[in-house]
Design a protein around this ligand. Structure first.
Ligand SMILES: [Zn+2]
Length: 255
């Protein structure tokens, strides 16, 4: 997906240069490619700073003295992944949403935000493995370079062609595989994403899988998955189940 995004962007830039030298109007895809080139610079200067401050000024930083159990697990995971600098970690009110993300706060600095509803599964149910998986997933995004600004630069043309979500979806699978490698014992806690932070522990996985198989694996499921930046539950859970049988190197379906 990354190579595709790079090639599409390169084609867009070449097309823009050709149009400019001929003095003809720029087609929209060529415009997008040019904007993609300058976008990361603008993002580096303004957007990531704004978004970072907007997010963290309403969050609690997790440190050795604040939720130390989570911080220790996070730092240990970052070290295990060979990261020299441990990105800052923040807890944010999820208001029922199970989410976490990694991003840039400066051109060279990254951070991770985890929503409270995901931390709840550790403090309410003692499921620290699940939180560990989420932390490994987010650090995986950083480790694999998904938050690098140049990636934003090559996303403009794919987004115009409705392929932007597919690039993100591929990155999500990669981050899941990264987490499956470093924290496989927490993989199935991701059921909380589809069943909720309390009910996920009561889900019969075999019955869930049988039910997924019982649904038509046709156009509409593929289309909905194609239109999602994170693979839908019907797609995302299966590789996480397969970890037990085949190990961490598991792929979900892109469609
Ligand atoms: Zn992710």
């Amino acid at each position: 997906m990354l190579v595709m995004a790079g090639l599409l962007s390169a084609a867009g830039v070449i097309g823009a240069v050709v149009a400019l030298t001929k003095g003809t109007p720029l087609p929209s895809w060529a415009e997008a490619a040019l904007i993609g080139l300058v976008g990361p610079i603008a993002a580096g200067l303004v957007f990531i700073r704004f978004f970072y401050w907007k997010q963290i000024s309403n969050s609690v930083e997790i440190t050795p003295n604040q939720l130390p159990e989570v911080y220790d697990a996070y730092r240990a995971m970052a070290r295990k992944m060979g990261m020299e600098e441990v990105p800052r970690l923040y807890l944010s009110n999820g208001n029922g949403t199970l989410n976490a993300f990694a991003s840039k706060c400066q051109v060279r600095r990254t951070y991770v935000v985890i929503f409270s509803d995901l931390i709840d599964i550790a403090y309410e149910h003692g499921d620290f493995d699940g939180v560990n998986f989420v932390l490994a997933h987010e650090l995986g995004h950083i480790k694999c370079g998904h938050v690098n600004l140049w990636r934003q630069g090559i996303m403009a043309v794919p987004r115009l062609l409705f392929l932007g979500r597919s690039v993100v979806r591929a990155q999500e699978y990669t981050a899941d595989r990264c987490a499956a490698y470093y924290a496989p014992e927490g993989a199935l806690s991701m059921m909380s994403l589809v069943a909720g932070k309390r009910m996920y522990r009561h889900i019969n996985l075999e019955a869930y899988q049988a039910s997924v198989r019982d649904h038509d694996d046709g156009f509409w499921l593929k289309f909905v998955n194609f239109w999602s930046d994170h693979a839908v539950g019907f797609r995302r859970i299966q590789p996480l189940v397969d970890i037990e049988k085949t190990g961490w190197d598991v792929h979900g379906k892109m469609l």
